[in-house]
Design a protein around this ligand. Structure first.
Ligand code: NAD
Length: 329
């Protein structure tokens, strides 16, 4: 709680929104962040707290009420039938416990969670008709994304056809492995080009290319984790991942279905340790209510699903962004 008056809070909210909008534009639209994630997250949390304390200052155009992300005007646009949302985040196990308590209160009993690694990349939607890949798109502003179908055709682990003639949409993360990222930056450096700030920006900048041949030269990968409106026999998130894996999608096999928060905490500790040794970047752990019918029941806010949360790793472990080495598209 702050001691600010309403007028003072109004001024502070305005300045935080302006600042966050500028940072978000650099990060989402230009793939070139100008501050570290921890700095962004701190201001974002400050804005959230002020809006909670002064609800009269909440407005629909606030960054807390919309999915951050712009669409590059020269890309064809894809409307997402099911919105691609953002995700709530917490920064401590205490807050994660509170999330679990909220869930239990809302559904009236204990629930099982699927814990997954939070891959540091950008969301990608893949649509198949009769078993053939027909569309790939970015999250964009959540309702409308960019058409990156031509680019996705050059990502080796994305199946162009499925073993069954299914008409489905799946979603996941497009990322660049650490080794490929280092190699790309070494090459760029040798050519006198600006290097990428981090693997997330390298992935975003490499996928969101009007010339798909540029994407072809970059070593992008995917982890697919969401089956949008899966068939009835799939009732849980863990099961959905296994089923998508069988269809030929590249899925991350480290995820676990847990019945207790103690097990979840152990999983967090394990990957906080292992994080640096993985061949791809992760910035936290995602906890999802495993039961898909409960997910539907819990629903979404305007910005995030109520049934999942990201536990973000401590800020001191995050990469430092150096302004003058940023690569712009
Ligand atoms: P987010 O990236 O923190 O979390 C949501 C995203 O996580 C999803 O859209 C999905 O793409 C991804 N994800 C990875 N693994 C997943 C998994 N296993 N299951 C489900 N989703 C998974 O949220 P956001 O709204 O895209 O971005 C907000 C964050 O971006 C901030 O917390 C901040 O750290 C960063 N950001 C930084 C700056 C900056 O200037 N440095 C600016 C804007 C945003």
């Amino acid at each position: 709680m702050t001691n600010l008056s309403l007028e003072e809070a109004k001024t502070k909210v305005k300045s935080l929104r302006n600042q966050l909008n500028k940072w978000a534009d650099a990060y989402y639209a230009k793939d070139a962040p100008v501050v570290e994630d921890a700095t962004y997250d701190k201001s974002y949390q400050e804005l959230e707290k002020l809006e909670a304390q002064f609800p009269e200052l909440v407005s629909s155009d606030s960054i807390t009420q919309r999915v951050g992300g712009e669409i590059k005007s020269n890309f064809s646009k894809v409307e997402h039938e099911v919105p691609m949302l953002s995700m709530g985040d917490v920064f401590s196990k205490t807050e994660l416990k509170e999330f679990d308590e909220r869930i239990q209160k809302a559904v009236g009993h204990r629930v099982a969670y699927n814990a997954e690694l939070k891959i540091d990349g950008l969301s990608l939607s893949l649509e198949y008709e009769d078993g053939r890949l027909v569309r790939a798109s970015t999250r964009g502003n959540g309702s409308v994304g960019e058409d990156v179908t031509a680019n996705a055709r050059f990502i080796k682990d994305i199946p162009q056809t499925l073993p069954e003639p299914l008409t489905i949409e799946v979603r996941g993360e497009c990322y660049m492995g650490k080794e490929s990222f280092a190699k790309l930056n070494t090459e760029r450096d040798a050519e006198g080009k600006q290097v990428f700030a981090n693997p997330r920006n390298a992935a975003a900048g490499s996928l969101r290319q009007l010339d798909a041949k540029v994407t072809k030269k970059r070593d992008l990968s995917t982890f697919i984790y969401t089956w949008v409106n899966p068939p009835e026999q799939i009732t849980g998130q863990h099961q959905a991942i296994k089923a998508m894996d069988k269809l030929g999608f590249h899925t991350n096999q480290t995820g676990h279905r847990f019945e207790s928060m103690d097990e979840v905490f152990k999983f967090i500790d394990e990957y906080t340790e292992k994080r640096d040794s993985l061949s791809y970047g992760i910035d936290g752990i995602v906890l999802k209510v495993d039961d898909l019918s409960l997910q539907n029941k819990l629903g979404n806010t305007v910005k995030v699903p109520r049934w999942e949360i990201a536990y973000k790793f401590p800020p001191e472990e995050q990469e430092t962004i150096v302004r003058d080495i940023l690569w712009t598209v």
